[in-house]
Write a protein that binds this ligand. Structure first.
Ligand code: TYM
Length: 327
């Protein structure tokens, strides 16, 4: 049986890129093996969130996971900081990765270039090593992520292979799995950059918590390319992105959506796209509101999942410590 593992940061604020690129596919993945979905709250510390905000965001994020359909009877849902083995393995792995490798991580280059010297914390630099620990502790075969995380999973493969070569069978070498649709959802205002919660222009992203009228407004204002009718083409990145969003929410392929709307005006397409997105997100929001109120249920899910995860992770860590001579 395959092991599947992925995580979404504890910001509590997910956009449709996170949803289409990761969380929605996870709902299918959980039926295809032994699944782990977790909140990497230690990773989130690199932006130094306010303590009370972080505490609330962890609950928000777990509630969203349940709302989109991650089922704790099928998947282990846990919080990273409740499993001490992550930080310990991260320290060990740091000895098997070079600064040269970390310097090549595009997300690090991108994020650190946007921050002042004070924001360029060491944890942002070593972030991919903690991610490798997350993945390797559970012997994950498959890591379903959006495109921006692929390079981190590839680094994890390199670290695992390196340690396997030195010590013999330490780790399963994981594969990244990108969804067919939605692996890279772009900003609605600047379709050359990916949709992101830290986008200075909040009209560029659609958050799962946005009100229907806000979603509709953002879609209507989304930039379009030259021309006036729908056509799938390399020189129309804005339309390609909107077609991708439609495909993601309708479970159609991008060419199918392009066919359905071939020759239709941008205005009509955007109206129908907004209706589709609003209908689906409204349903998720209703489920989210009910789940988020039930703190006892969320505590139970976190507690049970984290205990199960901790047992598996500790066993793996003990084996590695033995192999490398710490015990
Ligand atoms: P995070 O929280 O930034 O994003 C969660 C997931 O959403 C995907 N994603 C996107 N997909 C499509 N289009 C976009 N515009 C878009 N933006 C984000 C991400 O690729 C991701 O799959 N480092 C990770 C969390 C993490 C993790 C792990 C993931 C920590 N440890 C171990 C897998 C395995 C992150 O910051 O994701």
């Amino acid at each position: 049986m395959k092991t599947i593992l992925s995580g979404v940061q504890a910001t509590g604020k997910m956009h449709i890129g996170n949803y289409l690129g990761a969380m929605k596919p996870w709902v299918d993945w959980q039926n295809q093996g032994r699944a782990f979905f977790f909140i990497p709250d230690l990773h989130t510390l690199n932006v130094r969130p306010d303590a009370e905000t972080l505490r609330g965001n962890i609950y928000d994020t777990v509630a969203w996971l349940l709302a989109v359909g991650i089922d704790p009877r099928k998947s282990t849902i846990f919080v990273q900081s409740r499993v001490p083995a992550h930080a310990e393995l991260c320290w060990i792995l740091q000895n098997y990765v070079t600064m040269g490798e970390l310097n090549r991580m595009t997300q690090y280059k991108d994020k650190s270039s946007k921050r002042g010297a004070d924001g360029q914390v060491v944890a942002l630099y070593t972030y991919p090593v903690l991610m490798a620990a997350d993945i390797l502790l559970y012997s994950a075969d498959i890591v379903p992520v959006g495109e921006d995380q692929k390079q981190h999973v590839e680094l994890t493969r390199d670290i695992a292979t390196r340690m396997n070569n030195i010590y013999g069978d330490c780790f399963v070498v994981p594969e990244p799995a990108l969804p067919q649709v939605g692996a890279r959802v772009m900003s609605l205002t600047t379709p050359t950059i990916k949709m992101s919660k830290s986008d200075a222009n909040q009209n560029g992203n659609i958050m799962l918590a946005d009100e229907p009228k806000v979603i509709t407004k953002k879609i209507k204002r989304a930039v379009t390319d030259s021309g006036s009718t729908i056509e799938l083409s390399d020189d129309k990145p804005a339309i390609a992105n909107l077609l991708q969003v439609y495909a993601g929410f309708s479970d159609m392929s991008v060419p199918e959506v392009a066919n359905k709307y071939a020759g239709v005006g941008y205005g009509t397409f955007k109206t129908e796209l907004a209706e589709l997105v609003v209908e689906q997100i409204s349903q998720l929001q209703m489920d989210y509101e009910v789940i988020r109120q039930d703190k006892k249920r969320l505590d139970d899910v976190i507690e049970e999942g984290s205990q199960r995860a901790a047992g598996i992770a500790q066993k793996k860590l003990n084996g590695i410590k033995q192999k490398i001579g710490l015990t």
